[in-house]
Design a protein around this ligand. Sequence first.
Ligand SMILES: NC(=O)c1ccc[n+]([C@@H]2O[C@H](COP(=O)([O-])OP(=O)(O)OC[C@H]3O[C@@H](n4cnc5c(N)ncnc54)[C@H](O)[C@@H]3O)[C@@H](O)[C@H]2O)c1
Length: 326
Amino acid sequence: MSSHHPVHRVAIVGTGTIGASWATHYLARGFDVTATDPAPHAEAALRSYVAAAWDAATTLGLSPGASPDRLRFTAEMRHAVADADFVQENAPERPELKVKLFADIDDATPPEVIIASSSSGITMSVMQAGCRHPERTVIGHPFNPPHLIPLVEVVGGRKTALETIHDAMSFYASIGKKPVHLKKELPGHVANRLQAALYREVVYLIEQGVLDVADADDAVSWGPGLRWGVMGPNLLWHLGGGEGGIRHFMDTLMPPMAASLWPALGNPQLTPDLQEKIVHGVLEEADGHSIEELAAQRDAMLLGLLTVRAKYAASGPPIAAASQST
Ligand SMILES: NC(=O)c1ccc[n+]([C@@H]2O[C@H](COP(=O)([O-])OP(=O)(O)OC[C@H]3O[C@@H](n4cnc5c(N)ncnc54)[C@H](O)[C@@H]3O)[C@@H](O)[C@H]2O)c1
């Protein structure tokens, strides 16, 4: 997809957890979607996922003409991508499979069309190795579930063209996503590294007996997590610095954090006992509620937060919600 190549039809390659959610998002944004997956029953599973997720998509706002009826399915990958204007790949996270699949998708897709991968951990430099047109391949890594969570991490491989990154960023922004460009490839991209950094400390605090599992969750979700749902940590420190803002924060509050607190952060040993302690604590915290029930509650509250953010987007400073229009 160059800047001059409008997107009408999106191909979804792989329709598991992430592919089905991406398909819902693209349908909700008013695209024709052709999905492909070699698994038996994949089409039925995909259609039932889209039907179940359509209420949430509707709450967030549908683009003109959006309909689940504009979903087409074929088990033949080459048919799915042949007339696509944008490809979103979501196959299993196995390097040898992705390298081969990318070479095949590249071979079957018109050369001006962007091929994006949802991969969480395999770099585009690895995946594009067998492509004849690697310049149009890019990582577009979503946060689960992509029909609700706006973040997409965009990062190119060694052979990705700058124009591809620019066009992918513009495309994702135009369909209600919040793309963030990573200027370098690195393991875990960025959002998963941030989760890992925080979770290492959570596990350390549990290991040390400072907090039990439920208290650790409360300490995140009823405190900093609430604020992080509306602003990032840098901007929050600007507010934390009082009248002097971020400059005052950097001069007075940051040095002791860097000097005393950073070195005191933990590096727990993930032993079987510690794993068992966390499993036990989480099951106790879930208090008999099924994963489906908890996921429904999470999604309902996420929808509420996204709706609030959209309401403030018109008037607010740079923390506004992602756009919802195509
Ligand atoms: N699950 C997450 O939370 C998450 C979040 C962000 C990104 N991702 C990434 O998304 C991708 C998919 O992950 P998932 O969790 O949806 O996996 P999944 O196992 O739920 O789905 C993978 C799908 O790919 C299909 N498949 C197998 N071989 C294929 C092939 N050759 N061509 C096309 N499809 C094929 C499978 O039948 C399956 O339906 C991975 O790269 C993963 O890193 C996952």
